[in-house]
Design a protein around this ligand. Structure first.
Ligand code: SAM
Length: 300
């Protein structure tokens, strides 16, 4: 694990390097795996496997998986996350690497399982970089190697989140900037009214009209902002709400599937889960709901 300072020009590093993000992910790491992760990992990982955990954060999945396999390489871009992970994991079969998932310092055909838990792929900006990342994962895996990955699908941003965000912000208008930040978490795009309207117009399209509208809208947006359909920014990933936003890309089912297939993978499983991280109050309960897709891939 290198001791070089973090590159704060990188928005991911800037966001996840904040002490409040590291603390929040460290707290989350103590809670261990989600039930669906436990089921998948126990099924996929064997005693003698070498596992590469991409975007390991504070070591949540690395610690759990260390007991299931022979070796874990836990990789993240952020030095502070890795340092915390190292202190938390404490297993001697886990090795930490500071690197970018788009360029893996790992030899070809050497890994049995790659984990991209909790939306690593949503954090990779640009379709070209996402293709490179998927190809890198394919390259380092042994033949018949497996991948576990989760991504937020486009429902997470478009429609319901805008709508709930607008409702939430109106209900919880607060002069406290920290609370405002929390309330904005999902969308951060403009006023409450814009959020509400966006919600109504962009709810999961059922009609041809809305589909056509969305296609045209995303072309216009790309033309003027350079952003691809599904690109946005996220401020609240954890409960911490650091002041910095990071780029985030939401996937359609078609998009993530073709990314995997073009890299050479076979899709063994793909399913939606309705992930709820908090149930304290009704608006918060709704705001934090997100559609997550879980995919299990195999190197053919
Ligand atoms: C949402 S957190 C998830 C952390 C952990 N996997 C978990 O489930 O608790 C995403 C992590 O991915 C890391 N990350 C984002 N983009 C990355 C990249 N291109 N290369 C390596 N790590 C990256 C971030 O630094 C952050 O620690």
């Amino acid at each position: 694990m290198e001791q070089m300072p973090d590159n704060l020009e990188n928005p991911i590093v800037k966001k996840y390097g904040q002490p409040q993000e590291i603390k929040a992910f460290s707290e989350y790491a103590k809670k261990g795996l989600e039930a669906y992760e436990k089921t998948a990992f126990t099924r996929m990982i064997k005693d003698d496997d070498i596992v590469l955990d991409l975007g390991c954060g504070a070591g949540r999945e690395a610690k759990a998986v260390a007991a299931l396999c022979s070796k874990v390489y836990a990789l993240d871009l952020v030095h502070g996350m890795l340092k915390t992970a190292k202190g938390f994991v404490g297993e001697n079969n886990v090795y930490f690497i500071r690197a970018d998932a788009t360029y893996l310092p790992v030899r070809n055909n050497t890994v049995d399982v790659v984990l991209m838990a909790k939306q690593l792929m949503n954090h990779i900006t640009g379709s070209q970089q996402r293709t490179i990342t998927m190809n890198e994962v394919y390259r380092v895996l042994k033949p018949a190697g497996r991948v576990y990955l989760t991504v937020h699908n486009n429902l997470f941003n478009i429609g319901i989140v805008h709508l709930l965000n607008g409702v939430y912000k109106i209900m919880h208008a607060s002069p406290d900037p920290r609370k405002q930040g929390r309330a904005q978490g999902a969308g951060d795009s403009g006023t409450d009214l814009v959020n509400l309207l966006a919600g109504f117009f962009l709810l999961k399209p059922k009609s041809m009209f809305v589909n056509v509208y969305r296609r045209i809208a995303s072309k216009v947006r790309k033309n003027y902002t350079g952003k691809e359909a599904g690109d946005w920014e996220i401020s609240q990933v954890s409960d911490a709400c650091s002041p910095f936003k990071s780029p985030y890309h939401n996937f359609t089912v078609k998009e993530i599937s073709s990314l995997a297939i073009h890299a050479g993978f076979r899709i063994d499983e793909i399913r939606d889960i309705w992930e709820l991280s908090d149930k304290r109050t009704l608006p918060q309960f709704l705001r934090k709901g997100a559609f997550t897709m879980v995919l299990i891939l195999k190197k053919e």
